[in-house]
Design a protein around this ligand. Structure first.
Ligand code: NAD
Length: 337
């Protein structure tokens, strides 16, 4: 029987999860919510998705959208809700909506780990979310760090320092920035390191972060100390074999986040998304005085890397036991390895 999924919060993440759910053979998209009228609601209607209002629906009706019901109707019909509302609302929704209605829920990286007690990246800790009532899919940055560090731990990582060069805002966002500044995060470590430890508790990681005037992707510069002697070829081989990680090369003219995004568009990806973490081949290095220090740079498409994770997390909390199979099923629908 197909898993019935509802999406609450139909913005950057919610609309992508909705489209991904609609593609899964073992899931049925029950519908999405509209908190207010926007082009997103218009597209949901065109796609034939059922629309459930949150709060006052006069704005929707005024703009010609007749909702198929209110949020409580969506809760009645769905087995699980993917909550992709803005930061802190997911936590409130668990207490106000999902727990009282005995419905399972997934929240996003804007919520704290304590909200659900399980922070999820499919290839790292799928089993930890099995049959849970609630789980949190971690942020785009944490997902990116966890995917590569988990794989590279084959070389026995002892400590990591990573710097997150963050996009200032999502491409559609006219309210955030910076437009003309580089803005350091004035806390040490930035929250990303502790967040990685919610998924990889043994990882000794210290992170710093800054925001730049770009909307396309984040870029991570990572330095890891490892116990085993390593060479660049072995590192690239491991990353090449890692699911949801893509090696990109100078020879392909994939030298920047801009070219990677253009590549994703040319691949015909929906919305030009790049859910894989892109590691630059030429930016993988080991220090010459010691072969125990590894350096690499990776690009993270903030709008899409967490979408496959949400799909696997749905299966995990609904009790689908085979994490590897879930990852493969999800990857096939995204056309990724
Ligand atoms: P968004 O602002 O793009 O979308 C949020 C949507 O929720 C909007 O459509 C808004 O109308 C709707 N909404 C607002 N209040 C609501 C309510 N009370 N009930 C129902 N819907 C409501 O936000 P987003 O970027 O998709 O972020 C959602 C979550 O995903 C956050 O936790 C965020 O931290 C996380 N996240 C965002 C990104 C990213 O780069 N955008 C990446 C990874 C994780």
């Amino acid at each position: 029987m197909a898993i019935k999924v509802g999406i609450n919060g139909y913005g950057t993440i919610g609309k992508r999860v909705a489209d991904a759910v609609a593609k899964q053979k073992d899931m049925k998209l029950v519908g999405v919510t509209a908190h207010s009228y926007s082009f997103n609601t218009e597209v949901a209607k065109q796609k034939g998705y059922k629309i459930f209002s949150v709060g006052d629906d006069s704005d929707l009706k005024l703009n010609g959208i007749k909702p198929d019901g209110a949020i409580h109707n969506l809760l009645e019909e769905a087995d699980v809700i993917v909550d992709a509302t803005p930061r802190k609302i997911g936590k409130e929704n668990i207490e106000k909506l999902y727990r009282p209605n005995k419905i399972k829920g997934i929240v996003q990286g804007g919520e704290k780990h304590e909200t659900t007690g399980i922070s999820f990246v499919a290839q790292c800790n799928y089993d930890g979310a099995l049959n849970k009532d609630f789980a949190r899919v971690v942020s785009c940055n944490t997902t990116g760090l966890c995917r590569t560090l988990n794989a590279l731990n084959k070389f026995e990582i002892t400590s990591v320092h990573a710097t997150m060069i963050r996009r200032g805002a999502d491409p559609w966002d006219i309210y955030h920035g910076p437009i003309n500044a580089i803005v350091p995060v004035l806390e040490m470590p930035s929250h990303h390191g502790p967040d990685v430890q919610t998924v990889l508790p043994k990882c000794q990681i210290f992170t710093t972060a800054l925001s730049v005037p770009s909307t396309l992707m984040h870029l991570h510069s990572v330095i890891a100390d490892v116990k085993k002697k390593i060479n660049v070829e072995d590192v690239i081989e491991v990353l090449n074999k890692t699911t949801r990680v893509r090696i990109v090369r100078n020879a392909e003219h994939l030298r920047s986040t801009a070219e990677i995004m253009e590549f994703a568009r040319d691949l015909g990806r929906l919305r030009g998304d790049m859910p894989e973490i892109c590691v630059w081949k030429e930016a993988v290095g080991v220090t010459s005085n010691s072969h125990n220090k590894l350096l690499y740079m990776q690009a993270v498409h903030q709008e899409s890397d967490v979408i496959p994770e949400n799909i696997d997390c749905i299966r995990a909390i609904m009790g689908f036991k085979d994490g590897q199979k879930s990852i493969q099923m999800t990857n096939d629908t995204f056309g990724i390895k």
